[in-house]
Write a protein that binds this ligand. Structure first.
Ligand SMILES: [Zn+2]
Length: 504
């Protein structure tokens, strides 16, 4: 028998160290992700996309769906009170008692901090429970970078979480949420649950799920499931959030509380046992380029990840240290993407192809002390930024980035071209280079402003991948971060002797 299920989505990964708040307009943009979508538009557009709501809708095709709203903004600072209440109200207003709703599914990120709430998703779930009551099943799916809180676990009847970083299983995570919900509706009862927090933070640069120990942490999930354990998930957390419940955690759902608790305790113990296997080797910009010059050659590129200026984790995507090092070390056959500088893109379009323009490039939105890279640049390619990606993670998604340009550094012994965009976008798909005529596999050095997601589409062309620690608002060396609100006793990284002490 078909059930009536209300669905919606509200995503934000909030970097509380970013100086710029995230307002409502950021959620409207259809840049790297679909823009704010409502009603039937959700049913029409999302089922074919690798997004949790897409997977859920495909799996729930036989049921009556009430689409509410789906909204996502590129990671940045705190979500404004206005944006939070506007989007929450769009969801709540569709949950009418007269609609005969049997269940609610929400596609959430799980690391939203607002002007007024440390736990944005916890607050949204509280409002939803106020509206629909305690009996109706509410199931949510979360990003692997969720800072899962006790409130989320208490208010949702089940949580599923991505198991891959790069996130290639987004739709699959939505499908798993539907499986749990279907069981709940069939049984007429909710599962037992267990939640444990991991005692150390994990920087994003150490969260790649195909490298040890994250591969073991995730690969073990199917072996832990049993007849009375329906679902087990692990979130690596999002450390650039100075909040009490920041960090990694796990959730288990089953039919017996004893078994559910025992499974959670064993999984926690196993993760702690693996702690010494985490590594987080970051090069300086200069050493990274020297490595690239030595090991990369056209056709077998070294990929240098500018891990701390990743716009997908709240970075400004315009810091210049890696760019300067590529120039100073005279890198050849080198490209860098994507540098966010709307003014530079505008100038390039006004000047036209093959013209040389003088620019103060980048260095405008990042941490204090950042300076633009002043110089002359040759306009090698132009684009309107409207194209479809093809990689494993966001293939099929239409990007709408506005004016883009490929700028080649002039008056220098280096051979460096820079992909400039008018929106902040994480360099996670080769299409971002191809759109301006660059084939990444043919380069010697490919520098990307991304932490891990780039591996989904660039990993197979790389001779070597190395990570560089350059200025950026997405810290990957957590012991240097001026945290003030973490819970006491949480360690500031795997194997770290440094422990947070909550200040009064
Ligand atoms: Zn994520």
């Amino acid at each position: 028998m078909p059930y009536t299920i209300a669905v919606g989505g509200f995503h934000h990964e909030t970097n509380t160290f970013s100086p710029k708040n995230t307002d409502y307009d950021e959620f409207l943009k259809a840049d790297g992700w679909p823009g704010l979508s409502c009603g039937d538009e959700i049913l029409k557009t999302f089922p074919s996309l690798n997004l949790p709501i897409g997977g859920f809708l495909t799996a729930a095709a036989e049921h009556d769906i009430i689409p509410t709203v789906w909204a996502n903004a590129e990671p940045y600072g705190r979500v404004t009170k206005e944006a939070f209440s506007k989007i929450s109200n769009m969801i709540l207003s569709e949950l009418k008692p007269s609609a005969g709703i049997d269940a609610v599914y929400l596609d959430l990120h799980g690391a939203m901090v607002t002007d007024t709430h440390e736990d944005g998703e916890g607050e949204l779930l509280r409002l939803i429970r106020e509206r629909v009551g305690d009996d109706i099943p509410v199931v949510i799916s979360l990003d692997l970078h969720a800072n899962v809180t006790p409130a989320m676990v208490e208010l949702a009847d089940a949580i599923t979480i991505f198991r891959t970083y790069p996130h290639i299983d987004m739709a699959e995570t939505g499908r798993r949420a539907f499986t749990l919900l279907k069981q709940m509706l069939a049984d007429g009862k909710k599962p037992c649950k267990a939640y444990r927090q991991i005692p150390f933070l994990i920087p994003l640069s150490a969260q790649h799920t195909e490298s040890p120990p994250c591969n073991a942490i995730y690969d073990s999930i199917p072996t832990r499931l049993s007849a009375n354990l329906a679902s087990i998930d692990f979130a690596c957390g999002f450390p650039p959030a100075d909040i009490y419940n920041c960090g990694a955690s796990l959730v288990v759902y089953g039919s017996s509380q004893t078994d559910t608790d025992a499974c959670a305790d064993q999984y926690l113990a196993d993760v702690v046992q693996l702690e010494t296997q985490f590594s987080n080797k970051l090069f300086s910009a200069k050493d990274a380029v020297i490595f690239g010059n030595t090991h990369g050659s056209p056709g077998t590129p070294v990929i240098i990840a500018d891990v701390q200026d990743n716009p997908g984790a709240g970075g400004s995507s315009d810091t210049t240290e890696l760019m300067r090092a590529l120039v100073e070390q005279k890198a050849q056959n080198a490209v860098l993407g994507c540098l966010y500088d709307a003014d530079a893109a505008k100038h390039a379009h006004a000047a036209g192809l093959n013209e040389t323009i003088t620019l103060a490039l980048g260095g405008k939105n990042g941490p204090a002390g950042e300076q633009p890279m002043q110089g002359r640049y040759i306009v090698k390619a132009l684009s309107n930024g409207n194209f479809q990606c093809e990689g494993a993670m966001i293939g099929g998604i239409q990007l709408n980035l506005g004016p883009m340009a490929l700028l080649k550094v002039a008056d220098s012994e280096c051979d460096l071209s820079i992909v400039v965009t008018s929106e902040r976008v994480q360099c996670l798909d080769q299409g971002l280079f191809r759109e301006v005529g660059i084939e990444p596999a043919e380069q010697a050095i490919v520098a990307v402003k991304s932490t891990v997601h780039f591996r989904a589409d660039f990993g197979h062309i790389a001779k070597e991948i190395i990570m560089a620690a350059c200025p950026g608002t997405h810290p990957c060396e957590l012991e240097t971060v001026p945290y003030q609100h973490l819970r006491p006793g949480l360690r500031l990284g795997p194997n770290s002797g440094q422990v947070s002490t909550k200040r009064p």
